[in-house]
Design a protein around this ligand. Structure first.
Ligand code: SAH
Ligand code: DHB
Ligand code: MG
Length: 230
């Protein structure tokens, strides 16, 4: 009953803003046709990420977990013409579909999809001297979320906005430790985030078409050591 209501409200909100445009609809259709998991952020949360990137005035964004490029398109649409989004994806098939979707969205000039294991690609970015990024969106496998966060901090500067998806797991984060590494992974991340004095952070639970979920938001503080790694 409540799930139906949450879904109805999500649809209502999405339709208020005109529903999916041709590019975003085609993005999801292509990912379904390719047999990919349908776990992109919801339309309303995609829109929210877009607004956050604009609010931040982001010119450089890092995403960990591309899937079919749905969230990447929402984020990249907030970039100025000379802005840049780098998105990291382990699965070459996902990356291929994402690149096609990003091309169809007319955003290939500002989006780069890199294929590999997230933690290795993050180390490569550090070695290259990439960043600092204005915004980081963490949305890949959940077990190493804490390590993604620490890598994000190394690629950040004061004012960088770090967002992490899926930090509530249908409410299971509140039910104590279990044997699901996705749940324990985000519990460990949530605790690390809350305790980290280098950031001002909040975690917000959400209901919607994708159930009971949550996102974490953190801004890197200006204090000394904010850019000094983990
Ligand atoms: N951000 C996307 C959804 C990402 S789903 C959106 O909202 O549209 C999670 C993605 O992370 C999947 O495509 C999965 O293949 C990828 N992934 C899983 N483990 C990874 C890892 N270790 N490194 C990089 N990507 C990974
Ligand atoms: C899963 C991953 C996601 O990023 C998401 O938003 C929902 C589910 C998953 O791995 O199950
Ligand atoms: Mg997610």
């Amino acid at each position: 009953m409540s799930d139906e209501l949450y879904t109805a409200v999500d649809s209502y909100l999405d339709e208020l803003f005109g529903g999916p445009d041709r590019v975003l609809a085609a993005t999801l259709e292509r990912s379904a046709a390719a047999g990919m998991p349908q776990i992109a952020v919801s339309p309303n949360l995609g829109r929210f990420l877009h607004v956050l990137a604009l609010a931040r005035g982001a010119r450089s964004i890092l995403e960990i977990g591309t899937l079919a490029g749905y969230s990447a398109i929402w984020l990249a649409r907030a970039l100025p013409a000379d802005g840049r989004l780098i998105s990291l994806e382990r699965d070459p098939k996902h990356a291929e579909v994402a690149r096609q979707n990003i091309a169809e969205a007319g955003l290939s000039d500002r989006v780069e999809v890199r294929v590999g294991r997230g933690l290795e690609l993050l180390d490569e970015l550090s070695d290259e001297g990439a960043g600092p990024f204005d915004m980081v969106f963490i949305d890949a496998d959940k077990a190493p979320y804490t390590e993604y966060f620490h890598s994000a901090l190394r690629l950040a500067r004061p004012g960088t906005l770090i967002v992490a998806d899926n930090v509530v797991r249908e409410g299971r984060v509140a039910l104590g430790p279990g044997d699901d590494e996705a749940v324990t992974g985000v519990q460990r991340f949530n605790a690390a985030l809350a305790a980290d004095e280098r950031v001002a952070a909040a975690i917000v639970q959400q209901v919607g078409a994708k159930g009971h979920a949550g996102m974490a938001f953190a801004v890197v503080r200006a204090a000394a050591g904010a850019n000094g790694g983990s």
